[in-house]
Structure formats: structure tokens, C-alpha cells
Design a protein around this ligand. Structure first.
Ligand code: GLU
Length: 371
């Protein structure tokens, strides 16, 4: 399959640590300047949001550490020290092209909590409307390790959803996805276009891990899953190659292009499917499974056989079929206690059971995303 020029209104460019920092010595200003040339070359006709790693790598050098810090306090301190240096360099590098930057630090909670998600979205869109270049990173200094997004590949896919981008470009120090590990296997070749991510690709990706950042190929494939399933194209490309972003937009065969699988999911459905870790699970019977998957129906109380987790009305939950597979996500109209009471009941009985009725549906079709 060949590639065509991409019509891109808004893109997210993720910059990996390995591209702008060296272990031990920290940031490389000339690399950042070169990236600014790349990004400035496409900004304007397209709106650009940058997601940049490198804070921890930069900060580690400031703390006098030779390698990536391992303990949480060290990582968080490194992020604090390094983020300032990172932004200082970006500020200067983009100013040389007349571009003004803005720093946006996000945590998982800003993404999984719907009001905060909408708030972050409004902030980013307002920055773009004022022609600023948002530079996003995870707020590593305050984010608690257990509930972090954890890597900027996944974060950048979530940001692409957040700002409704058409394209996500992961710039790193590798020039794409290979059929094997190119450092060990001379026959390994770059894959130009990925139509669908296969288990074999995931297996190969699991074998590579970058020395500096958090992400290896596995997190890049996770990002590709998130992006393409929501209708956002993704490219992994070599951020050191001059003209790389222009070439990507022109549809030239650089890096690896992941074709978007679906039509673009509406913004709200993207959030339901990807942003919010499900707060619980609803097991449904075969009839409800069929009605949801083939019939385009909503989930009614009668189809629910089991309720897991402590969720509130308005939370996202996963739907599990009789074989135990999660096949959909949706936002519930009732909390876990209420759904447990309503389980198996007819809609006409809701009011009698609860003493009130919010909606007939446990999950309305509009709040449901099938996988
Ligand atoms: N947020 C981390 C940093 O700025 C990087 C995470 C990653 O490497 O994916 O250093």
C-alpha cells in the first residue's frame, strides 16, 4: 500500500528523550534547535501541539546522575529540574522562528476525569487559537507513580484525542517499525505502512527498549492502537532526519505510517474508550451482548448479570461478554450499588426497585463504544 499526501489540520508531534538528550550530559541545545526548524516548517498551515520528553533525562544531569534515576523521589526531582531547562531551550529555539511556546503539564487524572479533561482541552484549544505552540509533558514531579500515564508515547496519543488531531507523529531516534530488531537482525527491514497491528509486531516491539526514556517500541504500538482506533493516523519517524515532518505530510515513504482503522470517533466517545480507565465491569448475558454489538441497542438492566467495582453514575465501565472478554466501554447512568439492585430487572421495575428512575438505560447507546 502506498501513502498519499496527508491533509492535516492539526497534528501532535511527540519528541522522545533520546532525540534531545544524552545520558549523563543532559539536553543537547543544537538538537532542540534542529527540531524547532522541523516543527516551524509545518506550523502555520497546520496547528501543532508538541509532547516532549526529556525532563527527567535533563534533570538527571542537573542532579549529577550518570544514568536515568530509578527511585521515585529522584525521578520527580529530576523532572522538576529538567522541565525548566527543557522549556528554556524550547522557548529560545522556537523564538528564532517567531513562535511562542506555552507549557502544559498533565497528569493521568487530568485525562481520566471528564471535567478536568474538558478543561485541559479548552486550555489547549485556547492556546492554539492564540497561535501559541503548546509543549506538553506529564507532570512527573507530582504524579504518583501508580496512577501515571507513564510514558509520553501513550500520553501523546491521548493528547491527540484531546485536541482532536488528524495526525500523531512520534519522532524518535529510530526511523520506524522493523520486521525484526535491526541491531541484531541484518534482514530486518522497515515497515512502510501498517494496516493493522498484529500480535507478531507486538512481540517484536516488546524486545526493544530505549536507554533514556520510558518508551520502547511497545509503548509506540500502544499509542498507535489508541490513535488509529479513534481515526487518527500515526507515523513513527526519525527525528534526526532533516525535513522529516514535511516528508511525512507529503506522504513520502519515511518512517512507518499507521493507517487509521476507523472513522474518526466523536470526541466524547474517544474519551469513553481511551481516556478513562474503567472504574468497574458489567458482565452481560448473550442476549444483551448481541443487542449491543449487532443491534445497535443500549444496555438495559435486564442484560446485566454481574457488577464489579465501585463506580459512580457518569463513570466509564467496561462491558464483558459471557466468554469473559471486554468488548465495549460505556458511561453508566447509575452507580454500582444501583446497578447491582437493578441487575436482571425489567425497565418497568426500575422505579419500584430504587424508588426513583434516572433513565431506562444502564448505558445509553450514545455513551457506548464497541471495540
Ligand atoms: N515525561 C518523561 C520526561 O519528560 C518522559 C517519559 C517518556 O520517556 O516517555 O522525562
Amino acid at each position: 500500500m502506498t501513502r498519499r499526501p496527508l491533509s492535516v489540520r492539526r497534528l501532535v508531534v511527540k519528541v522522545g528523550s533520546g532525540l534531545i538528550a544524552t545520558p549523563g550530559t543532559g539536553l543537547e541545545p543544537e538538537r532542540i534547535a534542529a527540531l524547532a526548524v522541523e516543527i516551524a516548517g509545518v506550523a502555520g498551515p497546520a496547528e501543532v501541539v508538541v509532547v516532549s520528553s526529556g525532563a527527567i533525562a535533563a534533570g538527571a544531569a542537573r542532579l549529577g546522575l550518570r544514568r536515568r534515576p530509578r527511585s521515585i523521589p529522584e525521578k520527580q526531582a529530576a523532572a522538576a529540574a529538567g522541565q525548566a531547562a527543557l522549556m528554556w531551550h524550547y522557548e529560545q529555539a522556537f523564538a528564532a522562528h517567531g513562535l511562542r511556546v506555552a507549557q502544559v503539564l498533565l497528569t493521568q487524572e487530568d485525562i481520566s476525569h471528564r471535567p478536568r479533561y474538558l478543561n485541559a482541552r479548552n486550555t489547549l484549544l485556547t492556546l492554539l487559537a492564540h497561535r501559541l505552540l503548546p509543549i506538553v509533558n506529564e507532570n512527573d514531579t507530582v504524579a504518583v507513580e501508580e496512577i501515571k500515564v507513564g510514558d509520553n508515547d501513550n500520553l501523546s496519543a491521548l493528547v491527540a484525542h484531546l485536541v482532536d488531531a488528524d495526525l500523531l507523529v512520534l519522532l524518535s531516534d529510530t526511523d520506524g517499525l522493523y520486521t525484526g530488531d535491526p541491531r541484531r537482525d541484518p534482514a530486518a527491514r522497515r515497515i512502510d505502512v501498517v494496516e493493522a497491528i498484529t500480535p507478531e509486531m507486538e512481540r517484536l516491539a516488546g524486545l526493544t527498549e530505549g536507554p533514556l526514556g520510558t518508551g520502547g517500541m511497545l509503548t509506540k504500538l500502544e499509542a498507535a492502537q489508541k490513535a488509529t482506533a479513534a481515526g487518527v493516523a500515526m507515523v513513527i519517524a526519525d527525528g534526526r532526519a532533516p525535513g522529516v515532518l514535511r516528508a511525512v505530510l507529503a506522504g513520502e515513504p519515511v518512517g512507518t505510517y499507521f493507517r487509521p482503522r476507523a472513522d474518526r470517533l466523536a470526541a466524547r466517545k474517544r474519551w469513553i474508550a481511551f481516556a478513562s480507565p474503567p472504574q468497574g465491569l458489567l458482565h452481560v448475558d448473550a442476549g444483551a451482548h448481541r443487542a449491543l454489538v449487532a443491534g445497535g441497542k443500549s444496555l438495559l438492566p435486564s442484560g446485566v448479570v454481574k457488577v464489579e467495582g465501585e463506580f459512580s453514575a457518569g463513570d466509564a465501565v467496561g462491558l464483558v461478554d459471557p466468554e469473559g472478554r471486554e468488548f465495549a466501554r460505556g458511561v453508566v447512568s447509575y452507580d454500582a450499588r444501583e446497578v447491582a439492585l437493578l441487575r436482571g430487572a425489567k425497565t418497568a421495575e426500575i422505579e419500584r426497585i430504587l424508588g426513583y428512575r434516572v433513565l431506562d438505560e444502564i448505558i445509553h447507546r450514545d455513551n457506548l463504544v464497541l471495540f
